[in-house]
Write a protein that binds this ligand. Sequence first.
Ligand SMILES: NC(=O)c1ccc[n+]([C@@H]2O[C@H](COP(=O)([O-])OP(=O)(O)OC[C@H]3O[C@@H](n4cnc5c(N)ncnc54)[C@H](O)[C@@H]3O)[C@@H](O)[C@H]2O)c1
Ligand SMILES: O=CCCC(=O)O
Length: 506
Amino acid sequence: MSARDDQQLIERSAAVARDVAQQERERSDAAIASVVLDRLELGTTDTFEVHDPATGRVIATPADHSIDDALVALARADAAGRAWARTTARQRSDVLHRAYGLIIEQKDRLARVITREMGKPLAEAYGEVQYAADYVRWYAEEALRPAGNYRENPAGGSTILTTRAPIGTTLLITPWNFPMAMATRKIAPAIAVGCGAVVKPAALTPLTTLVVAEIFVEAGVPAELVQVVTTTDASGFSKALMADARVRKVSFTGSTGVGSVLLGQAAKHVIKSSMELGGNAPLLVFDDADLERAVEGAVVAKLRNGGQSCVAANRILVQSGIADAFVEGFTERMRQAVLGNGLAEGVTLGPVIDDRAVSSFSRLVDDAVAKGADLRTGGAAPEGDGHFFEATVLDRVPDDAEIANTEIFGPVAAIARFESEHEAIERANSTPFGLASYVFSQDIDRALNIADQLDAGMVGINQGIVSNVAAPFGGVKASGLGREGSGEGLEEYQEIRFYNLGRRGA
Ligand SMILES: NC(=O)c1ccc[n+]([C@@H]2O[C@H](COP(=O)([O-])OP(=O)(O)OC[C@H]3O[C@@H](n4cnc5c(N)ncnc54)[C@H](O)[C@@H]3O)[C@@H](O)[C@H]2O)c1
Ligand SMILES: O=CCCC(=O)O
């Protein structure tokens, strides 16, 4: 081929790429335009801005509901919930099955709304849609499982029957990082057992929840059962609703600081509380780990969702015998991350949520390097629109670096080295948090023995993902209370009741 042919080829592929990007922008604009921005329809005129983190531009202005609006929403959900509690398990299950089908039908729309408001690459947004839909399908199935139990009084004379009743009206507060999965992980079990819900999404990412609520109604959920309140007054909202005795359950996912405030508010009316809070996950790589598996697992545990995940590997602790090889392989893989707008083809690392996050990564990296850490790759925030930070690897991070004691919540990996199992466990547990941990070793006895000693609700063994609909997601210590997903996640929305049947002659 001549140089001229080469040039034509380059120009043609650039034109194709521009066309694809243009089509993608149009498709995602249409998805955003399809969102109903005020599902309460109370005539609220105040609005707030939602931004695309990849461009910084405003993409929608949903209703900024007042406390009075939220109280109307609560009254509606409470009344609708009482009627819904009398439906049969089969009816509730069927509705959830229909919702699952509709979510899958509308996955293109949902994925684009997620990418535009939260930033994750489109392929990951599709992954979240499926993950979120799986909770809906799981609870459609779980709704039908026997809820009761039977036992004999050991002293004779009576039989005890237990049942599980819907707990009543629920308050569901979600974060911005998984705007769809965190919503369905709460809404689906509430619907499955027969509860009404007031849902408050994060003001950074309210749009996905509005679409999810629309789909539930389309599937046959009564319009007033799930009320989505979009508001910038998160603290006024929780203060008012948590003080209302109609709320019988709060399920919160977010930071430990806000979770503690809500627990304090829950005390007044003794509201049952599920708290899915912050993490500081250690990822332990032992000398006998399969190197390739450990590197791949660590990359997933670090870069899934751009590191903006409560279960992200926060401290990567590597035994000295494998450390150099691990750091080499891991750094190489982190360098392969393609940073850019999540809508663009080939991008594997999207923007982070806002400028505050970018500043916090820069500060953490500078502090670690000043204290002696070795910056292996990344470390910078590219100039331009949007909020981006490079995939970054810091090796030999000292224990007194701020990054070693902070939930990073971004694409920055902090590696430190250890010598013995005892040291690894001590360091892994030296945090107030206890959400996820990861262990890499080919000796399964060793991996399990170490996992037993970790202060964590979830341990990934030889893999970098712990989340699964069948798993009871949740943490210990400052990482929270209660579990989501799985059968345990359903019970969080139920109250146990028993009937003690007196039996003559028994
Ligand atoms: N354990 C989990 O399952 C899990 C999952 C995702 C995120 N998280 C944690 O969430 C944090 C990041 O999310 P975030 O920044 O959205 O957290 P956040 O606590 O700031 O916000 C979470 C939600 O709480 C609301 N909120 C904020 N202040 C409030 C107040 N005073 N009263 C009531 N509600 C209030 C927000 O509007 C949002 O809806 C991280 O710490 C992360 O680890 C935990
Ligand atoms: O950010 C925390 C939740 C992510 C997950 O469910 O895997």
